[in-house]
Ligand binder design. Structure first.
Ligand SMILES: [Zn+2]
Length: 88
């Protein structure tokens, strides 16, 4: 089973302010960690559910928020911008 996860920062647990979601703001680096952890929770759930291939799309801003070194290595990460399908 293939699983595709499009991950945006708005809506992540613990992110409650737009200040957290903009590069250069004091809390942005913490928000990136929260986003990476939430992506990992989704990956772990997918694996438990039988996923054999998982692709995570970093869909926030310019697609450079998820910390690749912290992401579960069983998933592939799409990051950077521009890309043809944006959040998809
Ligand atoms: Zn976003």
């Amino acid at each position: 089973m293939k699983v595709y996860i499009s991950c945006d920062m708005e809506g992540i647990s613990g992110i409650v302010s737009s200040e957290q979601t903009h590069r250069g703001n004091k809390e942005y680096e913490r928000a990136r960690k929260l986003m990476t952890k939430e992506a990992n929770a989704a990956i772990e759930g997918a694996l438990v559910g039988g996923a054999t291939e998982i692709v995570v799309n970093d869909a926030h801003g310019e697609g450079r928020s998820i910390l690749i070194e912290g992401l579960n290595p069983q998933a592939q990460l799409i990051s950077g911008w521009p890309r043809p399908w944006g959040m998809m």
